[in-house]
Design a protein around this ligand. Structure first.
Ligand SMILES: *[C@@H]1O[C@H](CO)[C@@H](O)[C@H](O)[C@H]1NC(C)=O
Ligand SMILES: *[C@@H]1O[C@H](CO)[C@@H](O)[C@H](O)[C@H]1NC(C)=O
Length: 208
């Protein structure tokens, strides 16, 4: 009896990998709520399960002095439906990853070089943050706002792992000010002064 219950439990708690080995993303079709539909297995090759985008360094010549190279289903079709994906962070001295959340994934960050301050804010608005060194690992629980910045004198690097093949990312400042919601409405729903809203819309590309 016990093994039967156990196997039912395993079947009902694992992803679609329980009924098929994999579901390599068919990037030509639109994604649905559970991810991309599956590419015809007869056309799947080993290359669908390999991502080589980390061979090249990222481009950190930007205002946040940071490059995040994602390897989600869009770039790495083999992870589609497997509930997993990765990304690489490179951030120069003074660089940062602005406050953001991943609606679909818990994230683990492993610091592989340098020093980073990393933290998140719970739904009770409790802040958890700490200075991390090479070799440290932090987990950001699913959906919570979090941030990172380089606290050292040189380049810092990290590898991110996500509990989804499509974690999605919402950057708080762009959600507030990089949009076309009229400034007076943004002000009303955020308690911010309309002039402040207009200023940041100007900086972050929103319409006024
Ligand atoms: C890096 O990005 C900057 C700004 O977009 C661009 O001017 C530069 O050519 C890029 N460098 C490389 C090596 O792609
Ligand atoms: C960065 O450099 C300053 C000045 O040289 C030094 O005081 C500080 O300890 C350094 N910080 C780290 C994290 O290496």
């Amino acid at each position: 009896m016990f093994p039967i219950i156990l196997s039912i439990l395993i079947l009902s708690t694992t992803s679609n990998a329980a009924v098929q080995d994999f579901c390599v993303a068919d990037l030509k079709a639109a994604a649905g709520p559970t991810g991309y539909s599956c590419k015809n297995p007869a056309t799947v090759t080993i290359d669908d399960f390999i991502f080589s985008g980390f061979r090249k360094p990222g481009n950190t010549s930007n205002t946040i002095k940071t490059a995040v190279t994602p390897a989600s289903a869009d770039q790495f079709p083999g992870v589609n439906g497997l509930g997993i994906s990765v990304a690489r962070l490179e951030t120069e001295q003074g660089g940062l990853v602005p406050l953001h959340s991943h609606p679909g994934a818990t994230e683990i960050a492993i610091v592989t070089q340098g020093s980073l301050v990393a933290g998140f804010i719970s739904s009770a608005n409790t802040v958890y943050y700490k200075s991390l060194e090479e070799g440290d690992t932090i987990v950001f629980p699913e959906g919570l706002l979090h941030f990172l910045f380089n606290s050292g004198n040189g380049t810092a690097k990290a590898i991110f792992s996500f509990s989804s093949s499509n974690p999605r990312t919402q950057l708080t400042s762009f959600a507030l000010f990089g949009n076309d919601l009229p400034s007076d409405i943004v002000g009303k729903v955020t308690f911010l002064d309309a002039e402040v809203v207009k200023k940041y819309k100007g900086l972050l590309g929103g319409s006024r």
